[in-house]
Design a protein around this ligand. Structure first.
Ligand code: HEC
Length: 422
């Protein structure tokens, strides 16, 4: 090594040190708020995550892994790309927060001034908006999850009878057993077909791996591991629940080595207004696919593009993407004109077990004449670890999880009929 090189290396080292020294980070001031707000709802002693992150010692013990899983956006688990669109109830870190965690770990994870120590309990969300539910709907029987270390999907249908049609303002899915319930989707069927189907199966409810021959009228809410708390629709809006409805819980039970029981419930809060603006539902689905037919040949990957025209002005509240296990990526956007596109949702690594409804920060105006586009890729090869049939077989559209689907559900207010009323 010659002298010039040595000087150059020392100079670079000093510059690097200089940069780090500019922004000294410590746990109590900079890191605890991020971890306690975004991680502890799952990473606490009784939570669903494998270890707690509720003190300096617990975070330091896992510091290098935390840097890795936050940088790759594996944690917190949140499928949608946060750079594409942002949402209410979002479970994703900002770039700045990820950088802070990484730099703090690189600086040797200093603890900082203990008088500034944060109490993890201060970060638990206290949602005072919701008080006592107007209606609580529960599974009529407890369901036994067999301790065979396998995933299990079970669908329960709960009949609801009310004196009149009501408008749902807010909802919260309450798992009966947080260790057992991995995720759940709550749907509504007003046709009674799902209930009739359930009557024909010997057990309580039915497995989703059997063919479901019924029409679902809409999605009410979803529950993700760790829970995203109550879902509240915008003020003076509501989702109509007809006086005779069937509420469907489609629950994914995580693998367990021991038998467990679950009896989950749904808390429903009705709108106080007798006639709030009604939230409507619409989907982009198989009939809108432009490069069909919707078939996935064994051992192939395939791209689909679906387009649905918007016929009257809408105020979009939420979207819910849906595919089954062979789904790989999903993107939806509204094309207003050739030069104006509104991003709705983008999921680069689709995970059937982490699917969710995405509520926008405020409603998105989509004028009549716009188009809703959905672009999705499916992987029906053996290298897709989620493929439920190995060796792969040809797959068509169907509601059984052995089949596939491509749906974008949309919840919105019809802005044109709204303005006519006023
Ligand atoms: C919604 C629940 C949930 C939230 C929120 C969450 N985690 Fe996790 N985390 C889990 C579960 C479940 C696992 C174990 C299964 C897995 O690894 O996917 C896990 C595993 C981990 C692991 C171990 C990964 C490995 O490869 O072994 C780390 C580290 C971690 N989480 C850090 C975090 C951090 C840091 C945050 C917040 C920024 C966070 N988690 C937020 C549920 C959550």
């Amino acid at each position: 090594m010659n002298v010039n090189n040595t000087i150059f290396i020392i100079a670079t080292a000093l510059i690097t040190l200089g940069c780090d020294a500019e922004q000294p980070l410590n746990f109590n001031e900079h890191i605890a708020p991020i971890i306690y707000e975004n991680c502890q709802n799952c990473h606490h002693e009784k939570g669903i995550a494998p270890f707690p992150l509720t003190s300096y010692a617990e975070v330091v013990e896992n510091a290098r892994l935390i840097k890795k899983v936050t940088a790759s956006r594996y944690m917190p688990p949140w499928s949608a790309d946060p750079m594409y669109q942002s949402y209410l109830y979002e479970g994703a870190l900002s770039e700045e927060e990820i950088d802070k965690i990484g730099n703090w770990v690189d600086q040797g994870f200093p603890e900082g001034d203990s008088s500034l120590m944060k109490n993890p309990l201060d970060f638990i969300s206290k949602d005072t908006v919701l008080q006592k539910p107007d209606l609580t709907v529960c599974m009529e029987e407890a369901w036994k999850i067999t301790g065979n270390n396998e995933d299990h999907y079970q669908t329960f249908v709960i009949p609801v009878e009310m004196e009149k049609d009501c408008y749902v303002q807010a909802l919260e899915f309450k798992p009966g057993n947080v260790k057992a319930v991995h995720h759940a989707q709550v749907l509504v069927d007003s046709t009674g077909m799902a209930y009739t189907y359930d009557q024909q199966t010997p057990e309580y409810g039915f497995g989703t791996f059997t063919q479901m021959k019924f029409k679902v009228n809409g999605i009410l809410t979803g529950y993700l591991p760790g829970g995203n708390g109550p879902i509240k629709y915008p003020d003076d809006t509501g989702k109509k629940l007809t006086k005779q409805s069937y509420i469907i819980f489609n629950i994914h039970y995580a693998p367990t080595p021991i038998d467990m029981w679950d009896q989950s419930c749904l808390d429903i809060y009705f709108s106080e207004e007798s006639k709030p603006k009604e939230i409507r539902g619409q989907t982009v689905r198989s009939t809108h696919i432009t490069n069909g037919p919707f078939e996935l040949k064994a051992n192939t990957t395939r791209y689909f593009h679906a387009v649905r025209e918007v016929y009257s002005d809408m105020k979009l509240i939420a979207v819910w993407p849906h595919m089954h296990f062979r789904g790989k990526s999903f993107e939806a956007y509204a094309k207003i004109s050739w030069f104006h596109t509104i991003p709705l949702v983008k999921i680069d690594n689709w995970d059937f077990n982490w699917q969710n409804a995405y509520f926008f920060n405020g409603m998105i105006d989509i004028p009549a004449g716009a188009e809703i586009h959905v672009e999705a890729v499916f992987d029906n090869t053996a290298s897709n670890p989620f493929n439920p049939v190995i060796p792969p077989v040809d797959v068509k559209w169907g509601s059984s999880s052995y089949d596939e689907m491509l749906i974008l559900g949309m919840e919105f207010l019809d802005a044109s009929s709204d303005s006519k009323k006023q």
